[in-house]
Design a binder for this molecule. Sequence first.
Ligand SMILES: C[S@@+](CC[C@H](N)C(=O)[O-])C[C@H]1O[C@@H](n2cnc3c(N)ncnc32)[C@H](O)[C@@H]1O
Length: 311
Amino acid sequence: MLQIPHIPVMLNEVKSVFETVKEGYLIDCTIGYGGHTHALLTQNGSLHAIGCDRDEEAVEFSKKRLEEFGNRVTIEHKNFSGIISKYERLPIRGILADIGVSSLQLDSLQRGFGFESSKLDMRMDKTQNLSAHEVINKYPKNELERIFRDYGELREYKKIAKLICDTREKSPIKDAKTLADLVGRRGRLNGRSISPATLVFQAVRIEVNRELEELEELLESIRQSRINDCIVCIISFHSLEDRIVKQTFKSWARSCICPPSILRCECGNNRSLGEIITKKALEPTVEEIKANPRSRSSKLRAFHIKRDLHE
Ligand SMILES: C[S@@+](CC[C@H](N)C(=O)[O-])C[C@H]1O[C@@H](n2cnc3c(N)ncnc32)[C@H](O)[C@@H]1O
């Protein structure tokens, strides 16, 4: 029996978003431990799935977990920014991206995502070079300020960057535990009950894994593809990602893409890619948050691509 190390978030909501899909392929951009894909392939016996993950451990695990579906599933080790162009010629009817950190990544003391970790790593893909160790010990002060300001939204970004630079001058900051103790694990920050360590870790993780760029590239690759009659569902875990998804879906829905300075429409007013399914982001229920506190910051947005390919 496989021990499943991750609880999929908003599973019922994901199932209902893809309920109208009859057949064809689902691309699960973040296959993780196979939870969402397992449920969707069970729900719909005519569906095929292509899954990818940048974490090799997740890929190996989900290959085993989804073995029962035989050739209905293909899984590969890949960043999701490159997955659409590879498979866009197939009849893709669903695209799912659940872009959080998996419980296995968070809980493993070897991976450097959690405060108690004995490493300073945070690479989702262990084959890449840049790790949290390099960011914390080698990045110049102004680069640290940039990531703490832009990705951590820390008001005290200058102070924290200086503290790290002064400390590492004496000796390198070797593990996650030392970093968390240094910047502070407790307290309210920017009016929220969230510790500086949480936001510093978030900022470093986003930098190490190019999380925002990956998301933007995925969305752009979907826009540029010829994929049609397809439901795109993105689950994000912090406001920076959710903002990107919200604004992108809004721009996809717009039928006029002329710049605001133009008085009369010149684009034909028929450039909409389809329609937003979730007018407001869906959030987990109180019961789900109780059962799985890690789901608490998740937000789900979905879009139905219905483009006129004869344009
Ligand atoms: C929250 S988990 C997904 C869990 C999955 N939905 C399940 O039900 O088991 C997020 C996964 O996304 C992967 N991931 C994050 N960014 C990625 C990217 N740019 N390309 C590929 N995989 C990515 C992580 O390695 C992690 O395994």
